[in-house]
Design a protein around this ligand. Structure first.
Ligand code: NDP
Length: 241
């Protein structure tokens, strides 16, 4: 009986690569997304991975969405909290809405998804939670006070929850990607990428979504049962936390 994995924000970018890698590793996989139906349906057709639409910033939407996934695939054993947004602005121009949206999706969304699944994982004596944080949650980034705060919050949540889950067979870990070559990053003008961004990365290139996905597959596996409360930095040597 294969384990069930649920990936938030799994319809594109890093989340899509995580879904594909988990499926290739033998898991039954479900991908959540927020609103881009066309994109999600194309991913579903191409990958054969079912997609489910709800907003992770709403607790009730998460409860209802998880119930739909579990009715279709069975109890969720592996949760990857990957959904994330940016609403960048310098702090003196940042609006309460920009603050609230980013905290709501990137930090409260992790609570909203993890909390409804927690009791079931405790009862079954097994669970894997992987939170996709960011290098900018480790080092801070100007123009991203909201995003840096949310992603740093994810790391605190990871460490505290890991201690609560340890005796129940549940591991909780985080991955902090650096610059990954998703559409968003590849849309940056080539000159800026080559002259300003890539020179900051000692490995000399952007990361690939699949490189983050392989970290998730490892953390989800039985081989990673002794690893909990950890943060994997996947950033090409750009920052050592
Ligand atoms: P994308 O912008 O490519 O994709 C975001 C995904 O999250 C989409 O599937 C989107 O759905 C979904 N999503 C957004 N908001 C919500 C919500 N409220 N509820 C449910 N789903 C939602 O992101 P990336 O692949 O670039 O990033 C993935 C994660 O990695 C994020 O947490 C990001 O912060 C983190 N990260 C990314 C880095 C990078 O270089 N790309 C670097 C460091 C961290 P829809 O398509 O429907 O909008």
């Amino acid at each position: 009986m294969s384990r069930v994995a649920l990936v938030t924000g799994g319809s594109r970018g890093i989340g899509a690569a995580i879904c594909v890698a988990l499926k290739a590793a033998g898991y039954k996989v479900a991908a959540n997304y927020a609103g881009n139906d066309e994109r999600a349906k194309a991913f579903e057709q191409e990958s054969g991975i079912p997609v489910y639409k709800w907003d992770v910033s709403s607790y009730q939407a998460c409860v209802d969405g998880i119930a739909r996934v579990e009715a279709d695939l069975g109890p969720v054993d592996i949760l990857v909290n990957n959904a994330g947004i940016t609403r960048d602005a310098m702090f003196h121009k940042m609006t309460p809405e920009q603050w609230g949206e980013v905290i709501g999706t990137n930090l409260t969304g992790v609570f909203n998804m993890t909390h409804p699944l927690w009791s079931g994982m405790r009862d079954r004596g097994f669970g894997r939670i992987v939170n996709i944080s960011s290098i900018n949650g480790q080092k801070g980034q100007m123009g991203q006070v909201n995003y840096s705060a949310a992603k740093a919050g994810d790391l605190g949540l990871t460490k505290a929850l890991a201690q609560e889950g340890a005796a129940k067979g549940i591991t909780v870990n985080a991955i902090c990607p650096g610059y990954i070559g998703t559409e968003m990053v590849r849309a940056v003008p080539e000159k800026v990428l080559n002259e300003r961004i890539i020179p900051q990365i000692p490995v000399g290139r952007l990361g690939e979504p699949e490189e983050v996905a392989r970290c998730v597959v490892f953390l989800a596996s039985d081989d990673a049962g002794f690893i909990t409360g950890s943060t994997i930095s996947a950033n090409g040597g750009q920052y050592f936390a």
